[in-house]
Design a protein around this ligand. Structure first.
Ligand SMILES: Nc1ncnc2c1ncn2[C@@H]1O[C@H](COP(=O)(O)OP(=O)(O)OP(=O)(O)O)[C@@H](O)[C@H]1O
Ligand SMILES: [Mg+2]
Length: 562
């Protein structure tokens, strides 16, 4: 959830990585050492320049050449130091990104939190995990290093400039103060605009991905124009916001360029009179101008980095919001809290006085339901559409927990739910059958997979697809009925104790449907089905009929069929 300040947003995202020892600390020390070395080199360069120009002014060739070679030596020594700074910074960014992405992913995936992160809590979590984390690590390091560099430069050149001209030092401080205040005023709006831009870009991309995922359905409706309207409206909103960014950016840049150009003139205005009256040499005048530039550069870090500040601030609050939502979900994940259905492990499914509500608590779907299933028994849930049949399955599987009473069930690893839409993971054909276990590590021999495929009438699939190692977009290639049969193959390969079938055969012909039920019944698993086809009732021994408003009836199948 939104935290109160930018500071607490920053702490929430930064602290977890840096509060424990890691490789990142090694890279950070390396980076700081390089930064110190670069600051030292800059001071050396300033003095070398001064000596070169003074020798030039005095037409002292020997001193000139001596100092020029010294200058060249300093520049040469600085090559590996300056050159490796960016590389070390990138290594640190990568280490941090790796840790932060894994940390957020672990929390997102734990306890099936990704199901609870709904779009009204957080928009586009995928973009936050992939893009925001990456930008965050890069930009916070860019800014931190710029601030530190500025601080060191200020310390170094403030003394040099003071020794040459205290007036010029005062001018530098006033000059950069004016610049910073003006930039803050100009750029304030940019932070909010960048935040909105991130969201609008992500929404536009999500809509494009959504269209691709549903291409066939949209194609069948011949709704390209209708979809295009939605997409173009999003594009227009995105561009409208971008237009505001560009305008504000233009103002900021106009100011920045004026400010930067004056930098050439202002030190000359103050240092030249000192030179002409003989108070300073040419070398000192050159050094004063470059020191003035360095001090302004240091003090104007806010101006130079304003866009990065604006973007970083937007990204930090997006990441902090996301982490906040995860924290909230973790805190609420205590199954024993009030208004939560209690769960306990048992060898079979048993409900004790279960009342199930929708997650928002707005509706009660089932009231005071109690039953206990014997091993191998088979229950079918019936009732009109929208009454709460799938919701009960969700509650049995532990996804929905709002309500009261208790559910006793086997460990989730001993259960399998087959929904109407079979999920096909990205990966090989083998992965489709061994899911949710990882394809090559699950210890299921290919010969066994092939045997089960024959049972579910998918024997030809392996040959047609190019073998069990073939990788394709399976959701697009397989028909809904084939996907349902893949799910049954999965079920038979994992032999769970409790099977929950939610319209899992809705796309199959009557013969195939009967076949699937015969196979599952033969495994001896306890079965809870949701199905509209009357033909399936005979495969079960009890019917649980749900009535709108939370009512229910438990009836033996033979009585129900009379
Ligand atoms: N995330 C949610 N938040 C609030 N209400 C929801 C949510 N998901 C579903 N519902 C509502 O819960 C009710 C029960 O839905 P459910 O999917 O269990 O119906 P069903 O009996 O399986 O219907 P069908 O036979 O059409 O599949 C519906 O009115 C539905 O709109
Ligand atoms: Mg349903």
């Amino acid at each position: 959830m939104r935290t109160k300040s930018a500071w607490s947003d920053l702490k929430r995202v930064v602290l977890p990585y840096w509060s424990t020892p890691s490789i990142g600390w090694g890279w950070l020390f390396f980076l700081l050492a390089l930064l110190l070395a670069i600051s030292f080199i800059n001071i050396r360069i300033s003095y070398s320049e001064r000596a070169v120009f003074t020798a030039l002014e005095g037409k002292d060739a020997a001193t000139y050449w001596h100092n020029l070679w010294l200058y060249a030596a300093v520049l040469l020594c600085s090559v590996p130091i300056v050159g490796s700074f960016g590389w070390v910074k990138s290594k640190l960014e990568m280490a941090w990104r790796n840790w932060l992405t894994t940390h957020i992913l672990d929390r997102y995936l734990a306890n099936r939190n990704f199901v609870k992160v709904t779009s009204d809590l957080v928009d586009n979590p995928d973009e936050r995990i992939q893009q925001d984390v990456s930008y965050f690590c890069t930009e916070i390091l860019t800014i931190s290093m710029a601030l530190l560099d500025s601080f060191l430069a200020f310390l170094a050149f403030v003394t040099i400039l003071y020794l040459i001209s205290p007036t010029l030092l005062v001018v530098a401080i006033v000059y950069s103060a004016v610049g910073t205040v003006a930039t803050l005023v100009f750029g304030k709006r940019l932070v909010g605009l960048h935040y909105d831009q991130q969201r609008l870009e992500a929404e536009f991309r999500y809509n494009l991905v959504y269209l691709r995922d549903n291409a066939e359905a949209v194609g069948l409706y011949n709704a390209g124009i209708r979809e295009g309207k939605g997409l173009k409206a999003r594009l227009a909103r995105l561009l409208h916001n971008l237009n505001s960014i560009v305008s504000w950016q233009r103002n900021l840049t106009l100011f920045k360029v004026t400010y930067d150009y004056s930098l050439v003139i202002v030190p000359a205005l103050f240092a030249a009179p000192l030179y002409f009256t003989g108070h300073i040499e040419l070398g000192m005048m050159v050094q004063a101008a470059s020191s003035f530039g360095r001090i302004i550069g240091a003090l104007s870090v806010v101006i130079a980095q304003y866009q990065t500040f604006a973007r970083l601030s937007a990204i930090t609050s997006r990441l902090s919001d996301f982490v906040g939502v995860l924290e909230e979900i973790e805190q609420n994940s205590d199954e024993k809290g009030p208004g939560r259905i209690a769960t306990k492990l048992a060898s079979n499914l048993a409900l004790d006085d279960l009342t199930l509500n929708t997650p928002d608590g707005a509706r009660t779907l089932v009231r005071n339901l109690s039953f206990s299933l014997k091993p191998g028994s088979r229950l079918i849930i019936a009732g009109p559409s929208g009454v709460g049949k799938s919701s009960l399955i969700r509650a049995f599987a532990g996804l929905w927990t709002a309500g009261t009473g208790e559910i006793a069930r086997p460990d989730l690893d001993d259960m399998m739910v087959l929904p109407q839409e079979s999920y096909m993971p990205l990966g090989t054909l083998r992965d489709q059958f061994t899911y949710p276990k990882a394809g090559t590590e699950c210890g299921i021999a290919d010969s066994r997979i092939l045997a089960v495929l024959k049972l579910v009438n998918l024997g030809e699939l392996v040959g047609n697809a190019g073998g069990l190692d073939a990788t394709k977009h399976w959701t697009e290639i397989l028909s809904p009925g084939e996907r349902q049969r893949v799910a049954f193959a999965r079920l038979m390969l994992s032999s769970p104790k409790l099977v929950l079938l939610d319209e899992a055969t809705s796309s199959l012909d009557v013969t195939s449907e009967a076949q699937m039920y015969d196979f599952v019944t033969a495994t001896g698993a306890t079965i809870v089905s949701v199905a509209h086809h009357k033909t399936l009732i005979g495969y079960h021994d009890t019917v649980l009929e749900l009535v709108p408003g939370g009512g229910w009836r438990l009836i033996p199948t033979d009585v129900y069929q009379q």
